[in-house]
Design a protein around this ligand. Structure first.
Ligand code: F1P
Length: 354
């Protein structure tokens, strides 16, 4: 299957994207990076989820306000766009009709557009002012995997570059962030090479592939990963799944939890760790089945969860690179057990051009 192959290509794709750097900004006038006071990110599907995480990167590292819109909704809210607005359009294919429409709207209002795309010469790259290319290589499977993690790499590099040019971070911080990012491919490879983790994820999928529904919970940078995990499951296994910020569970979705409900909780050791541990307690109190994605040495979670998948440790902003991968594999194995063609899910196209 292409999807599985593409999941395993992620360490290389991320490394290639990091070494591709933001070459566009080196060649062109750097003013592009200083001449705006707000950013609007537009994208669809998985690329939209990358945008949600990009907001955390840019706001925490460069302290510039960012909004993130589904490109399919953007034009209907009459967005406030001016010369000081920078638009970031994220699209693997560079051909998604709604994302292209958002680019055209922004350019008509004289905003500058940076595209983050994987396909050289695609329509969006031709219409944008600048393009940051992801170096994912061809992505054939409809369900996006390596395009997503390379988009994250591009967004992180962008955030650091903007902060550097605007002097919102010092050199030491810049080097620290870039070093942590450069460690990601190696860490991901270690995870993907682990026979234990591989077997574990397959076994969890075997346990749950007959489920009707699944709930995905995360907080902070891993909240969008909950959305992405749920989307992957929906796209290829046709199981109804919902992603939620874990703190919102008690405002509604908790009513759904019973002993039949798999609840995937993304819980690395970060600033919201204690909070997420109490969310897991809430799920267990209602007999939900918890699959946790966490680090080694998280005894609280190991004790509570039915299954724990262990990912390597990193700087807290960078966890999405590592937490999304077990969820991609989980969705893959479930769809595979159900006998579906994971590369060609029903009703979906690789790029939505109408
Ligand atoms: C956006 C997207 C993909 C999804 C599917 C349909 O594509 O929603 O994220 O996996 O292939 O299109 P793009 O704008 O990133 O090419």
């Amino acid at each position: 299957h292409f999807m599985l192959k593409e999941i395993y290509e992620q360490p290389k794709a991320i490394a290639d994207t990091i070494s591709g750097k933001l070459s566009i900004f080196e060649k062109k006038n750097e003013k592009i990076l200083t001449n705006f006071d707000k950013i609007q990110i537009v994208a669809c599907g998985t690329s939209f989820h990358a945008g949600l995480i990009g907001k955390f990167f840019i706001e925490s590292i460069s302290r510039i306000p960012v909004s993130v819109d589904y490109a399919s909704e953007y034009r209907y809210r009459n967005p406030i766009i001016d010369k000081k607005t920078l638009i970031i359009a994220i699209s693997q294919s560079g051909e998604t009709a709604d994302t292209l429409a958002a680019v055209r709207l922004a350019r008509k209002k004289s905003a500058k557009v940076v595209a983050i795309c994987n396909v050289i010469g695609s329509t969006i790259t031709r219409e944008a002012d600048y393009t940051i290319y992801t170096h994912a290589g061809p992505e054939i499977s409809v369900a996006s995997t390596k395009a997503f993690t390379t988009q994250l790499a591009a967004l992180f590099l962008f955030a650091v570059e903007v902060a550097k040019v605007r002097k919102t971070i010092d050199e030491e911080t810049e080097n620290k962030l870039l070093n942590e990012l450069s460690e990601i491919p190696k860490k991901l490879k270690t995870f993907l090479d682990s026979e234990n983790e591989k077997k574990l994820i397959r076994n969890i999928a075997l346990e749950f592939y007959n489920s009707q529904d699944a709930l995905y919970l995360g907080r902070f940078v891993n909240y969008p990963i909950a959305l992405e995990g749920a989307l992957k499951l929906k796209e290829i296994s046709y199981i109804h799944a919902e992603g939620y910020p874990a703190g919102e569970m008690k405002h509604g979705p908790i009513a759904l939890i019973d002993e039949k409900m798999p609840v995937v909780v993304i819980a690395p050791k970060d600033r919201v760790y204690e909070k997420i541990v109490s969310n897991i307690e809430e799920v267990k109190a209602r007999k939900g089945k918890v699959i946790a994605v966490t680090n080694a040495n998280c005894p609280e979670i190991k004790k509570l969860a039915d299954f724990t998948i262990e990912i390597p440790t990193t700087e807290e902003l960078l966890y999405p690179f590592l937490t999304v991968v077990p969820l991609q594999l989980f969705a893959y194995h479930i769809a595979d057990f159900l006998g579906y063609d994971v590369d060609q899910p029903r009703n979906l196209a690789k790029s939505v051009t109408v």
